[in-house]
Design a protein around this ligand. Sequence first.
Ligand SMILES: CC(C)(COP(=O)(O)OP(=O)(O)OC[C@H]1O[C@@H](n2cnc3c(N)ncnc32)[C@H](O)[C@@H]1OP(=O)(O)O)[C@@H](O)C(=O)NCCC(=O)NCCS
Length: 175
Amino acid sequence: MSLTHRLARRADLDALRTLMDAAIGELQRPFLDDSQIASSRAIMGLDTQLIDDGTYFVVEVDGELAGCGGWSRRATLYGSDQTPGRSPALLDPAQDAARVRAMYTHPHFARRGVGRLILTLCEEAARAEGFTCAELMATLAGEPLYRACGYIPGERLTDDRGGAPVPLVRMSKML
Ligand SMILES: CC(C)(COP(=O)(O)OP(=O)(O)OC[C@H]1O[C@@H](n2cnc3c(N)ncnc32)[C@H](O)[C@@H]1OP(=O)(O)O)[C@@H](O)C(=O)NCCC(=O)NCCS
């Protein structure tokens, strides 16, 4: 299976929403109950700022969207366009950790290295802009990927802004 990658475009928005919907609904199922999955939909998803910033990647297999994810030089740690409390403030690479954001793999392509490839692309791009550390807020479904790629778990918390409390863990890695 050959994975190709490119930056996401606004023309991808509908396909990205469909992919995220499938990933949240299916790949979180081993970790969350139905009410937590519903709650997840409110606090996860697409942040179009990343597409406009040119820091959001898609991975394709034979022209079919297999996964997406990105990084950010802005302060928001996680969340979609609809999530309250987002901040577009620019980070300082000398002091702050780059954010890794919104990683989703279509269930048909899970466990084929899509997430790992996107993380590598994000880390290379952040490093090229002078960041020496990366940080993210992981779902329980995301935690095994990030651990496998060298991220260290820190604070554990729950986010109940979507209803049922969704467990999350802050993770970081030196680049
Ligand atoms: C998290 C997610 C993006 C992982 O994507 P993926 O493309 O399947 O990940 P990869 O195939 O690159 O996995 C790389 C390694 O991570 C680990 N890993 C990934 N998913 C795992 C899982 N469900 N269980 C155990 N280990 C896992 C494995 O070590 C894997 O290597 P291996 O398959 O050779 O054993 C995907 O499961 C997803 O979309 N989840 C739902 C949305 C979500 O929660 N996203 C994270 C937001 S923080």
